[in-house]
Ligand binder design. Structure first.
Ligand code: CMP
Length: 139
């Protein structure tokens, strides 16, 4: 089924000029980048986006890292896009990520792991709506 997922190219990726290489891996995996924008997340945006993790010990560092440099927010579309993108990203911790995945290729550590992708269709809709309207996503 064609569906959408939400993606962030994180500060460690934008800082190292990796957005083109990561987008190539996304497109080679059969996912279409149907919207994207480079923005600097505010602290409020980062806190809200990662609210589910607010009790976790890494929450403060995560918010600090996500606001330290610009990010690229994206909407990806394709067959089973949520699961497909999670395959392409690889495991959260690059030490556990499979060969050929974005995180294996580029992530620095479990926190600075280059990309974010939604974990479910429901969360994809919620996350996309935090940054894009339908008018931003041409058909
Ligand atoms: P992401 O997929 O964006 O979702 C939560 C983020 O928290 C995760 O990627 C990592 O960047 C970050 N993080 C930092 N430390 C950890 C950890 N120990 N376990 C999981 N996520 C972590």
């Amino acid at each position: 089924m064609t569906e959408r997922t939400f993606s962030i190219l994180k500060p460690d990726a934008t800082e190292r000029n990796l957005t083109g290489k990561i987008n190539a891996m996304i497109e080679d995996a059969g996912l279409r980048i149907v919207a994207q924008r480079r923005i600097r997340l505010t602290e409020a945006q980062a806190k809200k986006f990662y609210e589910v993790h607010k009790e976790r010990p890494f929450y403060g560092e995560l918010v600090a890292q996500m606001t330290a440099q610009p990010v690229v927010v994206q909407v990806l579309e394709g067959e089973n896009a949520v699961a497909r993108y999670r395959e392409v990203m690889g495991a959260t911790n690059p030490a556990d990520a499979a060969a050929g995945t974005i995180r294996k290729a580029f992530a620095k550590n479990v926190g600075e792991n280059s990309v974010h992708g939604s974990d479910s269709q429901e969360n994809a809709k919620i996350e996309i709506a935090q940054f894009f309207t339908e008018a931003d996503i041409p058909g």
